[in-house]
Design a protein around this ligand. Sequence first.
Ligand SMILES: *Cc1c(COP(=O)(O)O)cnc(C)c1O
Length: 423
Amino acid sequence: MTQPAFHRIDGTFYVEGVSATDLAAQFGTPLYVYSRAALTAAWHAYADACAGRRASIHVAVKANSNLAVLNLFARLGAGFDIVSGGELARVLAAGGKAENVVFSGVGKTAHDMRTALEASVKCFNVESIPELDRLNAVAGALGKKAPVSLRVNPDVDPKTHPYISTGLKANKFGVAFDDARATYRAAAAMPHLDVVGIDCHIGSQITEIAPYLDAIDKLLELVDQIEADGVKIHHIDVGGGLGIRYNDETPPEIGAFVRTVLDRIEARGATDGTVREVFFEPGRSLVGNAGVLLTRVEFLKPGAEKNFAIVDAAMNDLARPAMYDAYHAIEPVVERAAPAQTYDVVGPVCESGDWLGRARTLAIEPDDLLAIRSAGAYGFVMSSNYNTRPRAAEVMVDGTRVHVARERETVAQLLAGERILPD
Ligand SMILES: *Cc1c(COP(=O)(O)O)cnc(C)c1O
């Protein structure tokens, strides 16, 4: 990268070589904008740290499932982590290979299992005995053997938001650590399953390495027990979850994180002479800071207690603030010399929870554009049509070129599948 992906020229916000003012003029707002250079750089941070090691990267599709984004990662050689049959269809449409896909998720349907088996995905990350039973039956009916790993809940605290912490005993995810050995024995006894690995995913937006190392140590302890029972573990999947900087967080740098994890696992492997393959499933840390949401100020509304900046993006476009109380930096696209005021930045949706930023100091006027930062992960993918709002367009900037990654939805498209009552 010769210039940062997001930067300013004469006070105007740019994505690579294109000004946000031009993007908004050409494609309208609200608009998701991704930087190809930023996506590529985040990929290389993982891939370079994995080079020469027995490690592979499976992009968590749910963080950003746009076909252009997935296609970019597929071209870079990525594998993918999916949680539904729909995501498998996206990966294949984007040029990804099923043989590099791991299928996660706590509630896989028989239909989705069948589709994934027919496509020959690399591994099913299974989370319960009933799910093992179902997968065994579906595979048997197809005359296939399903490769499986068990998602173990290591009961470690990732110290993140309760809604995105997944590796505690109280969470719905994974096989309880104390039941894992017995569950592996059960899986190994099922004729249409092939036990190949072990996995965990302890949460998201994790800003420390320590919880990962705690989880890995517990997994390695279990691997010894499972192998003592005669079941070979070929890979260890450490999940995703590495955090990014939204505001003042200081997550570990991607390369340092990857090397620390690989060193820990290899150090153990060395004692029993095996180097097991390590899978990473990053989502947020690959795409989060590679995207922004552009929005336009509709009205400035002074209030008795607060001033509101009412913008044309809303909780249906970016749910994270309403859903997790999440912070996204918000910057004017064009810097003004005018005095700044404190605003709550809110959308037009009929909910008091419809806010994008609170108590932000901004020098803005009606019609100004704002850039909402760090919107590349869990942004567009969580958007809805609440209030019959068509979903935003998505574009990817590549130098001075702009690629339409998803057209803006129309109201006609929203109504298309619905029918009024018959006479
Ligand atoms: C969501 C998820 C990921 C990706 O998490 P990030 O926090 O976005 O890195 C990886 N693996 C599984 C199983 C997931 O559910």
